[in-house]
Ligand binder design. Structure first.
Ligand code: GLY
Length: 255
């Protein structure tokens, strides 16, 4: 597997915020944590590739939002926050060698953080970042490859993947206050510990799963129900920017 990442930009202190109050972000610490995240990915056998730094784009470390990459095709997004749209061209350049490319066009908007791929069923959060036009375009791009695309309402958090992510071959970890677990039919769901509302964002890689180390209760629960090795990483600085462990990479199978 390959993971594309991008360094934490100097402008991170001006990042978009939707549900959190602004808190000071320590750039040096954020970069150390990001380096440990990359090291964790590498320890899972993932080959890290770096996108060009964009110190001027406050949310450019959150590369997940710029593309939805499947084995057959990659869909470049049109992020819902206008401040984030300049992040996409360099991702297009990077992915062009790996996948056939499609794009979401205006007035459609789509953030990759809203797109949860569950084998051939793709669930997409309907949020202030992702609209129905964007979801319809995604469906049209992916239907030829046999994917279904289903919108689901999300409340109280930035993206669908703040509320639910894949945590095993047939398992989804969910914050039921933010998304209805019934949105994932045919999948087992495990709820986060209610004291850890942000713990539903995990990066499942098959044999391993990257998790934020601060969610000890939910991670303990996950470790009892998954066969994957949990790889905890410090992620507190970028959490202040409403970022989680899925947000900081675009992971694809090398082909
Ligand atoms: N700060 C992450 C985002 O709003 O996209």
């Amino acid at each position: 597997m390959i993971a594309w990442t991008r360094q934490v930009p100097e402008a991170i202190t001006r990042c978009e915020l939707t549900h959190l109050e602004r808190e000071p972000i320590n750039l040096a610490r954020a970069r150390v944590e990001h380096g440990l995240y990359e090291a964790a990915l590498a320890s899972c056998g993932v080959d890290i590739r770096h996108l060009p730094p964009r110190d001027d784009l406050p949310d450019s470390v959150f590369v997940e939002d710029t593309a939805v990459v499947l084995d057959e095709v990659a869909v470049l997004t049109r992020p819902g926050a206008a401040s984030r749209r300049d992040e996409v061209p360099s991702v297009r350049d990077a992915l062009a060698a790996h996948r056939a490319l499609r794009s979401i066009e205006g007035p459609g908007t789509l953030d990759g953080g809203d797109v949860l791929v569950l084998e051939r069923d793709i669930v997409v959060g309907l949020t202030p970042r992702t609209n129905l036009t964007g979801i319809r375009q995604l469906r049209e791009h992916l239907a030829p490859f046999g994917y279904t695309v289903t919108p689901v309402p999300v409340r109280g958090c930035l993206h669908l993947k703040s509320a639910a992510t894949r945590a095993g071959p047939r398992l989804v970890v969910v914050n039921p206050s933010w998304v209805d677990p019934a949105a994932f039919p045919g999948w087992e769901t495990v709820p986060v510990d209610p004291r850890e509302p942000f713990a539903a964002n995990v990066l499942w890689l098959g044999g391993s799963m990257i998790v934020a180390e601060s969610f000890a209760r939910t991670n303990g629960m996950l470790s009892r129900v998954t066969e994957s090795r949990l790889v905890p990483v410090p992620a507190s600085e970028l959490a202040k920017a409403e970022g989680g462990v899925t947000c900081c990479s675009i992971v694809l199978r090398d082909s």
